[in-house]
Design a protein around this ligand. Sequence first.
Ligand SMILES: *[C@@H]1O[C@H](CO)[C@@H](O)[C@H](O)[C@H]1NC(C)=O
Ligand SMILES: *[C@@H]1O[C@H](CO)[C@@H](O)[C@H](O)[C@H]1NC(C)=O
Length: 164
Amino acid sequence: MSIISSFSYLSCCYLYLLGVSALFHLCISNQNHDGVLCMDGERRALLELKHGLVDETDRLASWVGDKSDCCRWEGIACNNSTGHVHHIHLPALNGNCRKDYRNDKEYREAIKQRLRGSLSSSLLHLKQLRHLDLSCNDFGKIQVPEFIASLGNLRVRLVTGKFS
Ligand SMILES: *[C@@H]1O[C@H](CO)[C@@H](O)[C@H](O)[C@H]1NC(C)=O
Ligand SMILES: *[C@@H]1O[C@H](CO)[C@@H](O)[C@H](O)[C@H]1NC(C)=O
């Protein structure tokens, strides 16, 4: 074998390996991408929602990150094939609104677990939202904001037991 041909043989090998490793990286990055169901716009909408809420006990601790899968955040469920957020399920006190408290301390602890604050109109970006349960939290006597009524197909539980 001449020096020239063994050289070209080696560079061929080298190119081949380069190609294989590029393919490999492509596969890996696609996999990571596919692993995140959540859509960017919907993730942003949820982060805005969180921003308006007071969450003393950090129930929404998993609601972080620009690239994370919001479908895995606490209380969120998505359609597994489309990745759209379908459910926001965040009732306080396990949905048991009218518990009897043994003492003041227990009562104050329970109060802390309630989300309060304002409901961002960013919810409008969740086009496929079907179910919004924020019951037993403390949104006072606010009416269901009008914008929420404009989301078709949505079942809402904000303050007390019944879906509206
Ligand atoms: C998820 O979305 C697909 C496509 O729109 C739809 O056919 C399916 O019924 C949805 N699944 C659920 C559980 O809603
Ligand atoms: C979507 O996938 C998650 C995790 O794989 C599963 O727990 C959940 O039940 C699925 N939801 C639907 C509607 O199929």
